[in-house]
Design a protein around this ligand. Structure first.
Ligand code: MN
Ligand code: MN
Length: 289
């Protein structure tokens, strides 16, 4: 496994081709970008903080299903993308993820704020038709524009649904709904399961290929204080893990976004994010026959 310090320079995207990946490899890639955060910066520091926690020796690299990332031939850490600023960063992310998808790798992206999900998913729609997205978040992130920006981290799922290339968007854990975003839910036909209505015993029926997007603020701030937007009344860590571990359909890509190290307490949110890396990668790897 490649550990931190192995950087891919996006000013030369061909570097991604220099890494030989087995088909279906879960390729961990850091996207240190938080320019489109509306409230506070910080998530750009997340990928290195999460990696540090993953490798600090406090825990092993086993997922709960028995997959060991430490030595697995289907897991690779590609380091962080070195990104230009603004909309050029969006293009660079899309290019890099597109290259990985062409190699039949499955990206596991570490944000960054939630704005990075738009270019990641956009790239994947070139190789995957009929994508379903499972989006875990306190917020719908469906604004047409926010503070004058259409690329804000409050907008990525509006941009994604406008492409017309995603079959279904399923949101779980929402507790920041308002009238404007309710209209967007209706406009785009989003399946939105608000936290107040979510019952873990009612399974969510999903068809693959699936993209999984986890905003850390889907968790209750008691479990994950290291996020920019504290939204009480959220999920426990175990509820999120159970939901992820129950996924049956093929996951073709995933992200973990909005961890903000500046807001963390004793690295406890970094530990949750590192746990999610192991569990999401574990499920993805176990799906390969
Ligand atoms: Mn979000
Ligand atoms: Mn959120």
């Amino acid at each position: 496994m490649r550990k931190k310090g192995n950087y891919l320079m996006i000013d030369n995207p061909d570097n991604i081709f220099n890494t030989e990946l087995n088909p279906d490899t879960v390729a961990l890639i850091g996207i240190p970008f938080d320019e489109y955060s509306s409230f506070m910066r910080g998530p750009a520091k997340a990928p290195s903080a999460i990696r540090q926690t993953l490798h600090n020796g406090s825990s092993n690299l086993f997922a709960e299903n028995g997959v060991n990332l430490e030595s697995h031939s289907l897991f690779c850490d590609l380091g962080d993308l070195a990104l230009p600023r603004g909309e050029d960063a969006m293009t660079a992310i899309e290019t890099a993820v597109g290259r990985l998808a062409e190699q039949k790798a499955r990206v596991l992206a570490l944000g960054g704020d939630h704005a990075v999900t738009f270019p990641v998913v956009k790239a994947l729609t070139n190789t995957h038709d009929n994508l379903t997205i499972l989006h875990l978040d306190a917020h719908p992130d469906l604004y047409d524009s926010y503070d004058g920006s259409r690329f804000s981290h409050a907008c990525p799922f509006a941009r994604i649904m406008e492409t017309g290339r995603v079959k279904r968007l399923v949101q779980v854990g929402i507790r920041g709904m308002n009238d404007e975003q309710r209209r967007q839910v209706d406009k785009f036909g989003v399946t939105c399961i608000e936290m107040k209505d979510y019952r873990s015993k009612n399974p969510i029926v999903l068809e693959g290929p699936l993209y999984l997007s986890v905003d850390m603020d889907v968790l209750d701030p008691a479990y994950a204080p290291g996020v920019s937007h504290h939204e009480p009344g959220g999920m426990s860590t175990r509820k999120v893990l159970r939901l992820i571990q129950s996924i049956q359909c093929p996951i073709v890509g995933a992200d973990i976004v909005e961890y903000n190290p500046d807001r963390d307490v004793n690295g406890m949110t970094a530990a949750v994010a590192a746990k999610l890396v192991k569990e999401i990668a574990g499920v993805m790897i176990r799906q390969v026959k």
